[in-house]
Write a protein that binds this ligand. Structure first.
Ligand SMILES: [Zn+2]
Length: 320
């Protein structure tokens, strides 16, 4: 009887002990959370602002503006803002390819072009507020499958890609990826009843130079520039561009084949680079026959967005 009594007391003591321990544990947890919450709820004051925020405040950005700068602006823009006089960014926060260094050009271009601000930003980033060939950057990564070659971006004169012959057209060479994609595209067109024949693929810098000079003998420079690239500015030098014709034509596609190409070429990684609607941006007349390999993923997006590759490159493939 005595033993049973003792055991009961021990059991009660044990339960009390466990209770106290769990209570203590729980309480400290609650207290901890309580204090943490207190801290985050404190109003923001200068001592909690980062050096950058203080600098932005000194330049003249109010709290809301600073919040938006951190929410929307790229790190590059955030950094540049610290060394730039105050500018009203209201219209630019949600423009993903905004570049602080171009802000005056955006505003000037909008006045003359009357374009939507987003289009102004993209076009200025592409230097379209300046005449073609006026400001030329040499391409740093010419062997990239997604390289942008246009009237403002030049391939080095010495650049020669690794090429392989196209199995069914062994006189013509392309980059390996483009070669196999082209074979697939031609096979798919054939199933649809069209015989497509590539007739110009890789062209060296020197070859393009000769071609351009030859055209200059017949047409003034501003006309030649609408149908021929200057050396270094031709996509053909990348080994990723193909001029392709229908069996019925010597250098163009039939309407039927062009329609098929517009609807299907992206599935093989190709885009039609120079269309009727985009000549203001590309600077070239419509070229139904000129296709460019950029890979299926990007070609699909360009097709869906229905924009030029130049715009796509600035919007989706450039760090701003
Ligand atoms: Zn071409």
């Amino acid at each position: 009887m005595k033993k049973k009594y003792l055991l009961t007391i021990l059991a009660i003591l044990f339960i009390i002990l466990v209770g106290i321990i769990s209570l203590l544990y729980f309480k400290t947890d609650v207290l901890k959370h309580f204090f943490e919450k207190q801290e985050t709820d404190l109003p923001v004051n200068q001592t909690q602002m980062t050096e950058e925020e203080i600098k932005l405040q000194e330049i003249g950005y109010n709290e809301l503006e600073r919040e938006k700068i951190y929410e929307y602006m790229s790190e590059k823009n955030q950094k540049e803002l610290l060394n730039h006089p105050y500018v009203d960014l209201t219209d630019f926060y949600e423009i993903p390819n905004f570049e602080l260094k171009n802000i005056d050009r955006y505003l000037a271009y909008q006045t003359i072009s009357h374009l939507e601000l987003q289009d102004c930003v993209t076009q200025v980033n592409l230097n379209l507020d300046k005449p073609f060939y006026e400001e030329i950057e040499e391409i740093e990564d010419p062997s990239s499958i997604t390289v942008l070659v246009n009237k403002y971006h030049a391939l080095p004169a010495t650049y020669e890609p690794d090429l392989i012959p196209i199995p069914s057209f062994p006189n013509l060479k392309l980059r390996e990826e483009a070669t196999y994609a082209l074979e697939k595209l031609i096979a798919a067109a054939k199933e649809n009843g069209s015989i497509l024949i590539p007739y110009s693929t890789y062209r060296s810098y020197e070859y393009q130079d000769g071609l351009y000079q030859k055209y200059l003998q017949n047409d003034p420079v501003d006309v030649v520039d609408t149908y021929s690239a200057r050396p270094g500015h031709s996509e053909h030098q990348t080994g990723l561009a193909v001029d392709i014709r229908s069996e019925e034509h010597w250098s163009n596609l039939t309407e039927k084949d062009y329609a098929w190409m517009k609807e299907n070429s992206y599935q093989y990684g190709f885009i039609i680079r120079y269309t009727k609607d985009n000549n203001k941006i590309t600077g070239y007349k419509e070229e139904p026959w000129h296709i460019r390999y950029i890979g299926i993923e990007h070609a699909t997006k360009v097709h869906e967005l229905n924009i030029t590759y130049d715009e796509y490159y600035d919007l989706y493939l450039t760090n701003h």
